[in-house]
Design a protein around this ligand. Structure first.
Ligand SMILES: [Zn+2]
Ligand SMILES: [Zn+2]
Length: 144
């Protein structure tokens, strides 16, 4: 945890992804007034709202200068401006990444029983690692 305190906080796709995860688990809601002002509900305090835009937020992380927080992630998710899905997942995977435990790092796995004995090549792209062969859960946890 000390490591994350000393690291410069940056707006990386990994951090946006984990911020959105926190927003979804924390039940963050985005409220919009008729004149277009937007507010996000706090994950920790029931009666607190933060004024939020795509780039600013009144929460502690936002006030501390962090470009990423769960409130902005929730807003960007609604607006469709999260940078997460536009990049190829394998660009984030380091060479020494932990291997996917479902396909043992092969990126594909046996699809089950063979109906047609003349066509035994029933491998499918591994859905757990999206064919990358890496343990994506572990990587996202490290990046967050
Ligand atoms: Zn925030
Ligand atoms: Zn896999």
């Amino acid at each position: 945890m000390n490591q994350t305190m000393t690291r410069t906080r940056q707006a990386t796709p990994e951090r946006w992804a984990s911020a959105l995860d926190r927003a979804l688990h924390g039940g963050v809601e985005i409220l919009t007034t008729r004149d277009g002002a937007r507010f996000a509900t706090s994950t920790s305090q029931l009666d607190l709202l933060y004024r939020v835009t795509e780039t600013t937020c009144e929460c502690a992380a936002g006030l501390a200068g962090d470009p990423v927080c769960c409130h902005r992630a929730a807003l960007r998710d609604i607006l469709g401006t999260l940078p997460v899905m536009t990049l190829r997942i394998d660009e984030f995977i380091p060479a020494d990444a932990p291997k996917c435990s479902w396909c043992f790092g092969k990126g594909e796995r046996w699809a089950g029983s063979v109906d047609d004995e003349r066509n035994p090549q029933r491998f499918i792209t591994c859905p757990e690692c999206q064919g990358t062969g890496a343990n994506l859960d572990a990587i996202i946890r490290v990046a967050a």
